[in-house]
Design a protein around this ligand. Structure first.
Ligand code: CP
Ligand code: NVA
Length: 308
């Protein structure tokens, strides 16, 4: 049997993704009702982190605790990965011992190489190009607050980065319109946009954040300098200054529009404090949903979901 990986949102079908969101909502309800459910008993998740993390690490580790299994945190600083052991070898060895592996790294190609040599499912926990787990949580959060996201309009304001790329794939898979407003030189990769459009997605590239936000159902942003771009912080700050999501941007969106941010956030940079701490912001639900959505993902990739 071929191993199923989750490297981008395109690795699952639209139907599978919809089912996964429904299951995440159900798992959240069951957890709150005090149900004990341990489908990953005696199973281990390896967690390779080459970049920092708070939410991703804690949500995956907690997910495995809830599921009756175990998670191992692996950083390059104290594994042979950091001393140059080839990725192919690391993937072969780890996947002979653990049942699933989550990887957060820089180059997306590195993750693809790791997955190619792994005998067990590999999950993208963020690369320079994509952050698909975050999108599961974002879509779950939208659905919980406002119902189906299909046919809605989402405004992405800011950098054409890994989160923006995953929003492009999500627009394609979940069927919403995506308006992206970014400064010149910081657009998303053209081939990701083109592939989504070719598959029928409605993706609009704009310069004006107010135009992007107009009548939107959801407004989303992210940091101006992602992990690994710390040296560009100053230059980026100047380019992105007109792209702050503030009250004016939110006023252009629908009255009941939601605000999301994958976090960590910089108040006063990409988002005004009054927005992220205001009534339209659902960032804390969004962060919590990383746990529930990833539990649904683990269950799906491991094939351990009980038959209904
Ligand atoms: N949103 C997110 O992935 O957060 P962490 O970097 O803290 O994992
Ligand atoms: N774009 C950000 C997301 C962090 C969760 C980064 O890659 O640093």
């Amino acid at each position: 049997m071929t191993v199923r990986h989750f490297l981008t949102l395109l690795d699952l079908s639209a139907d599978e993704l919809e089912a996964l969101i429904r299951r995440a909502i159900e798992l959240k309800r069951l957890l709150r009702a005090g149900h004990r459910y341990e489908p990953m008993k005696n199973k281990t998740l390896g967690m390779v982190f080459e970049k920092s993390s708070t939410r991703t690490r804690v949500s995956f580790e907690t997910a495995m605790t809830h599921f009756g299994g175990h998670a191992i945190f692996l950083s390059p600083r104290d594994t042979q990965l950091g001393r140059g052991e080839p990725i192919e070898d690391s993937a072969r060895v780890l996947s002979r011992m653990v049942d699933m592996i989550m990887v957060r790294t820089f180059e997306h190609e590195k993750l693809e190489l790791f997955a190619a040599y792994s005998q067990v499912p590999v999950i993208n926990a963020l690369t320079d190009r994509f952050h698909p787990c975050q999108l599961l949580a974002d879509v779950q959060t939208y659905v919980e607050h406002r119902g189906p996201i299909r046919g809605r309009t989402v405004a992405w304001i800011g950098d054409g980065n890994n989160m923006c790329h995953s929003y492009i794939n999500a627009a394609r898979q979940f069927g919403f319109t995506l308006r992206i407003a970014c400064p010149e030189g910081f657009e998303p990769e053209a081939r990701i946009v083109e592939a989504a459009r070719a598959a029928g997605a409605e993706i609009q590239l704009l310069r004006d954040p107010l135009a992007a936000a107009e009548e939107a159902d959801l407004v989303v942003t992210d940091v101006w300098a992602s992990m690994g771009q710390e040296d560009e912080q100053r230059q980026r700050q100047a380019a992105f200054a007109p792209y702050q999501v503030d009250a004016r941007v939110m006023a252009a969106a629908k009255e009941d529009a939601l605000f999301m941010h994958c976090l960590p956030a910089h108040r006063g940079e990409e988002v005004a404090a009054e927005v992220i701490d205001g009534p339209q912001s659902v960032v804390w639900d969004e962060a919590e949903n990383r746990l529930h959505a990833q539990k649904a993902l683990i269950e799906h990739l491991a094939g351990v979901r009980p038959k209904a």
